[in-house]
Write a protein that binds this ligand. Structure first.
Ligand SMILES: Nc1ncnc2c1ncn2[C@@H]1O[C@H](COP(=O)(O)OP(=O)(O)O)[C@@H](O)[C@H]1O
Ligand SMILES: [Mg+2]
Length: 220
């Protein structure tokens, strides 16, 4: 049983004016602990796929299974819980809250978790230490470099012990050597047993992955 299994997934975006088939009969299985790169031209459906994988959006048809369980059998509340517990998201523009310090940004997802209050700060500090950010803990994101900002975003994605990291162009706003630094961090996460799904259009970045799948017009 794969950790993730997509069968004949279709996603149609529709309104009065148009209807667009963003994913077409897409099939994909991902094993636990895999680091997979998703490549494809702009508009090919990569972000749509990532949003469906991360339970942010739902397919129009097809079946999505996580750990052998069919997602469409869950209630919206169960889906929200699964999303918070299972997935960590890393985006190209970091999506940090600029008026919050590094610590406050990383701590944010714990609000929705069942980690007891007294364990929260030690957990945040440990993770910041591990990602080489401890000295920056009380700074606002605006004072950090791009690579440091992305590491804060990665810490935030990991604080809930997510098993699966979904990254949409995580190195897109970084120079090439900082991008490689981030990929090495992802490799470290992989060694700890995390599953990583990384969208990129950079072949050099994709080469860090165990496997690359390419999307054309919504299919692999
Ligand atoms: N919310 C939306 N509503 C309508 N069309 C969308 C929406 N999101 C994406 N699309 C369209 O779906 C296609 C795939 O988009 P996307 O998944 O963002 O591609 P990629 O990430 O590969 O650039 C594009 O044609 C895009 O314009
Ligand atoms: Mg995209």
């Amino acid at each position: 049983m794969s950790q993730i299994s997509l069968k004949n997934i279709n996603k149609i975006y529709k309104n009065q004016e148009y209807s667009l088939n963003a994913l077409r009969d897409l099939n994909l299985d991902i094993e636990k602990g895999e680091m997979i790169g998703i490549m494809g031209k702009s508009g090919s459906g990569k972000s749509t796929l990532l949003n469906i994988l991360g339970l942010i959006d739902q397919p129009t048809s097809g079946e999505y299974q996580i750990d052998g369980k069919i997602i469409s059998d869950y209630t919206p509340k169960e889906i929200a819980h699964l999303r918070n517990k299972k997935f960590g998201f890393v985006l190209q523009d970091f999506a940090l809250i600029e008026r919050y310090t590094v610590v406050e940004n990383v701590k944010l997802p714990l609000r929705y978790s069942d980690v007891p209050g007294v364990e929260r700060m030690p957990k945040v500090y440990n993770l910041l230490e591990e990602l080489g950010l401890y000295e920056k803990k009380d700074m606002l994101p605006g004072y950090l470099s791009g690579g440091q900002r992305q590491r804060v975003a990665i810490a935030r994605a990991l604080i809930n012990d997510a098993e699966i990291i979904l990254a949409d162009e995580p190195t897109g706003a970084l120079d090439s050597s900082t991008g490689k630094e981030i990929m090495n961090l992802f490799l470290k996460m992989k060694q700890k047993g995390k599953t990583l799904i990384i969208v990129t259009h950079d072949k050099e970045i994709a080469d860090y992955c165990d496997r690359i799948v390419t999307i054309h017009d919504g299919s692999i």
